[in-house]
Design a protein around this ligand. Sequence first.
Ligand code: THU
Length: 133
Amino acid sequence: MTTLDELKELAIEAQKKAYCPYSNFPVGAALECNDGTVFTGCNIENASYPIGICAERTAMSKAISEGHYDFKRIVIVANTADYCSPCGMCRQFMFEFSPELELICLNANHDAKSFSLNELLVHGFNGSSMSNR
Ligand code: THU
């Protein structure tokens, strides 16, 4: 069982590994699965800008590629005055697996603000939206 404080520390450690020479905007994430397993991620940029990946999708891709599909909460940290909430692409990516995911966003002071993914992506698109194909 990982405490919220431990999860925050893991996200802060992951943020230190960010590869972000183009934006200089390091982001870290720590994702807890419903079975208790934790995966971390950071943003990874590229000279071909659009192919960079956000910290949230790095963490979730690591989890999925290890056979974990069911997620409880994710801590996201950035050096921002306000809380850094995930971009639209990450919201959609995470919604596919866990629409009820809890997002705990940390600002530069590591104060936390929580959201539900459902709240950030209202009426999100998922597989059941395709039932009339
Ligand atoms: N970024 C993330 O990793 N997560 C977010 O929630 C917001 C943005 C990254 C993408 C890019 O590497 C940098 O931050 C600036 O947008």
